[in-house]
Design a protein around this ligand. Sequence first.
Ligand code: G6Q
Length: 546
Amino acid sequence: MSPTQHASWQRLRALAESWRKLHLRQVFERDPDRATRMTASAVGIHLDYAKNSLDQEVLDALIELAKDCDLAGQREAMFTGQRYNLTENRAVLHTALRQQTDAPIVVDGDNVLPHVRAERTRCYAFAESVRTGHWRGHSGQTITDVVNIGIGGSDLGPLMVCEALAPLADGPRLHFVSNVDGTHLSQTLKRLDPARTLFVVASKTFTTIETLSNARSARAWLVEALGSESAVARHFVAVSTAREKVTAFGIDAHSMFGFWDWVGGRYSLWSAIGLPIMLALGGARFDELLAGAAEMDEHFRAAPAERNLPVLLGLIGVWYVNFLGHSSHLLAPYNNTLRRLPAWLQQLDMESNGKTVHRDGSPVDHATGPIVWGEPGINGQHAYFQLLHQGSQIVPVDFILALSQRGQLDSHLPTLVANCLAQSAAMMRGKTAEEVRTELTARGMSAGDIETAIPHRVFPGNRPSNTLLIDALSPHRLGALLALYEHKVFVQAAVWNINAFDQWGVELGKQLASDIENRLKGNEGKQYDASTEALIALAAAQIERH
Ligand code: G6Q
């Protein structure tokens, strides 16, 4: 059933009419108390959602909509291991990877928790042996550098966490190679000593062309440098669900760390796909990451909607996408170590909710996932924030700021914090013509020049945002933050009645690429449209010339 069929949806449409005419500055003037009411906290994360174009009436209607869409029932279906991912006939259990209690989670008659924990113990033991220098390379040297070869979900999560927690890293240096453009691998290898380098080939399916090409080239580099095929055993491990494919590639089953089909790629950093994190930080830190995520899971499962962070973020997003027509969403983390968070969220959100059919296959009659983008906020201020302040489109923003982190220079902190808080205030209130006039008069500008300047210097304001303040950027809090966004995406999918856990939309391009690659190699293949044919011919000629 489409959510548009619910009375709550119609109610929200009516409310949106009046909100289109309201300005947040007036809303705050009329009701300054909203700043204290419209906050919620969990697991060290404080959410201020007062600067959003909504009030309690809208929020109540959104919560009603969530009830109408059976958010609670869908949430339980996920947590308890039902085959919630309908199109792939799979359970969705990334939450089991971090569950702290022993309450069994049964899939196909089997409790998954013992398997999860046994595999994690293997990963930790391996990571520890590398970190302590127990694990030696082929020529007897310790490992100083680890290269994770993977793409998409087998890259973005571990990469983002390793960056975010880099100040705590005390293991080998981590490198991530994802792009099949050979410069990614060759530029990385250039800096490395083969005798002291370990490769982690991370691929759930072990069929991904980019990853396998990079893994083959890395292997050739290693074998050539160390002069023996047998070197592979000490320098290559795999993370996958496909044991036969891993062994066919030449990596021993003992050197493979597994996970399960009920872990979606973009939800997999909590599994063995997190091996690079374990190598960089050790098992204890990884445990903290899991514990933080588990605490957010419990919060999501138990907290009432009006205090539930993922529910609030999800519903506020639904309000913008479906009722106020804001189809883009910016993530602005202010801590530099969170610089890859937007890329991770982009995949999480857009691959999950970039859908146009309901769970039963019927076409949607409403908008779904927004365009998600971002960079570290303070860098954005010197780049695209112009559009946020004065552009013709309204882009709701999540400002994210952790107030302490190892390695942070105390003298820089006030500048960072002030900038984050200033941006959300500026977006919300804007600057009127009268304010510009007063300011320029005080600076001694002539009346004529002032009138010419005003249109350019007015800020419309009324641009909404959430602010998430985190007490400290620890593994625990990071785990909670990531789980918060995973569940936010879930909430929206539940309301839109779409399947957030498949990604059929990436398949067509893959099929065509394999066919076109054949053509580029001079083999027979399908004929394409005139534009594509011309491009194939041009590129083939160039390739031949090289
Ligand atoms: C994630 C997607 C996708 C996947 C990559 C890599 O949810 O399914 O990003 O992670 O395509 O796939 P493999 O891990 O199988 O190589």
